[in-house]
Design a protein around this ligand. Structure first.
Ligand code: SF4
Ligand code: SF4
Length: 438
């Protein structure tokens, strides 16, 4: 009976998760190309260093270390969850125990990590609920963002409590009937003392409650994550793996513009390079579907930690720009348009756009392109690239730019340089110099 209930729960979980994943895949298919994914060795090294090693988190040693422990603990505990799925489906108990010392090691570290994560989550929750942490505030941090974070943290805490309960009741149960204990549970063994003197039936009921609450929480959490800021639990590792490998400050050329320039310089080469049916798409980014798959992945991976905004010189000096908001706005806009886009494709419009309805021109032009945000982001999100693409839309499609820039643009157009002097007058400054008199 238990196996049937478990199989139904697993089937529902996988069904909902599959449906959500399919919707995300279809949204990604509507986005634009970003860059070819090559250099797998380099990417793997980066992923191990930044995502698994959590190196950027250690810039704040104490909190970074606590966060890293939570992350590493999750990886270890994942193995126990896989075992629970096998046990639940086939009616086994501790089905991976045949792994011997490795199993003992994983169970032991998982048991200790459950306690560490539980305590760390309490610290994180207290910071969010009772401390005034500037990084967690800002116009983009709406009430729902805080609720979202607190709900996810509470579920993680309950996951750890149920896991410790599971380990403790397992140790108590096996000890009472003198059966072999598979795995090592230092924390579970300590907690198991609370059950001494209880009849085996009562301990068994507690064990069942712990087992089912733990696995059902995992199932619920897995399906809540894609709709929460904690989606980064899934997305941050692939996002780091798919980081842009070029230097942060390097601006990419737009293929369509490159073709136009080639056309002017050498028509035959340009025609040869351009496909006959090449259609000129929108220049830059106006709305969510103009973003590249990497921009969209960035927005889904964003943890809303605020480290980018905290170092942004524009934000620090009181400008409206917040790089975290830019990422959150892209995610929110895609979510708002999602059903229409999935139904009608890229042609769908609801009369709104990412620029102006979510991100103002003032915010976009406040960016100094210093790349501090991208440098600081613990999961290598590239905000400036996206901001520049939105500016490109404003300039190239609407001719919209701050007055100073417009003057610069027209100088470049007329004089071939940003200054308001004719190219013929460029060397006037040198007329009276000695070298000219020789
Ligand atoms: S690149 Fe722009 S958004 Fe990022 S920190 Fe610098 S000014 Fe802020
Ligand atoms: S973009 Fe990066 S640094 Fe900024 S809030 Fe998101 S995860 Fe944190």
């Amino acid at each position: 009976m238990n196996q049937i209930i478990f199989a139904i729960a697993l089937f529902i979980t996988l069904g909902i998760f599959g449906f959500t994943t399919w919707r995300y895949v279809r949204l990604f298919m509507l986005t634009k190309p970003a860059f070819p994914v090559r250099n797998f060795g380099k990417r793997f090294g980066l992923m191990m260093k930044v995502a698994i090693g959590q190196t950027k988190m250690f810039r704040r040693p104490i909190l970074g270390f606590i966060h890293a422990l939570v992350f590493w603990g999750f990886l270890v505990i994942l193995m126990g969850s896989i075992e629970m799925v096998i046990d639940g489906l086939f009616g086994f108990e501790r089905s991976l125990a045949f792994l011997g010392w490795f199993y003992d090691f994983m169970m032991g570290t998982g048991d200790i990590f459950a306690l560490i994560i539980g305590v760390a989550i309490l610290v994180f929750l207290s910071r969010r609920l009772f401390m005034h942490v500037k990084r967690f505030e800002g116009i983009e941090m709406k009430h729902i963002s805080h609720i979202d974070a607190n709900v996810a943290l509470t579920i993680i805490f309950l996951l750890m409590v149920s896991l410790l309960g599971l380990n403790a009741t397992y140790v108590a149960k096996q000890t009472l009937v003198n059966a072999e204990i598979h795995g090592i549970f230092p924390i579970g063994a300590l907690i198991s003392q609370l059950f001494s003197g209880m009849p085996i039936e009562t301990i068994h009921i507690y064990h069942e409650i712990s087992w089912w609450s733990h696995i059902l929480l995992i199932f619920i959490f897995a399906n809540l994550l894609p709709y929460s800021k904690h989606f980064h639990v899934f997305m941050s590792v692939p996002n780091v793996f798919l980081s842009r490998l070029e230097p942060l400050g390097k601006l990419t050329n737009m293929d369509s513009v490159t073709r136009e320039v080639k056309l002017m310089m050498d028509p035959e080469t340009a025609y040869a390079a351009a496909p006959a049916d090449a259609t000129v798409e929108r220049f830059g980014v106006l709305d969510a579907e103009d973003a590249s798959w990497k921009n969209y992945l960035d927005s889904l991976a964003c943890t809303e930690c605020g480290r980018c905004t905290e170092v942004c010189p524009a934000n620090i000096t009181g400008k409206k720009l917040s790089p975290r908001k830019v990422m959150m706005d892209l995610r929110a806009r895609m979510k708002e348009k999602r059903n229409g886009l999935l139904k009608e494709g890229k042609e769908f419009t609801d009369g709104k756009s990412l620029i102006r309805d979510y991100i103002s021109e003032e915010e976009l032009w406040a960016c100094t392109t210093c790349n501090a945000c991208a440098q600081e982001c613990p999961i290598n999100i590239d905000h400036p690239k996206f901001i520049i693409d939105m500016r490109r839309y404003l300039v190239m499609e609407e001719g919209s730019a701050p007055g100073e820039l417009k003057a610069t643009f027209s100088n470049i157009e007329n004089n071939g340089a940003p200054w308001q002097y004719s190219p013929d007058d460029r060397l006037l400054w040198a007329e009276d110099l000695e070298m000219n008199k020789v």
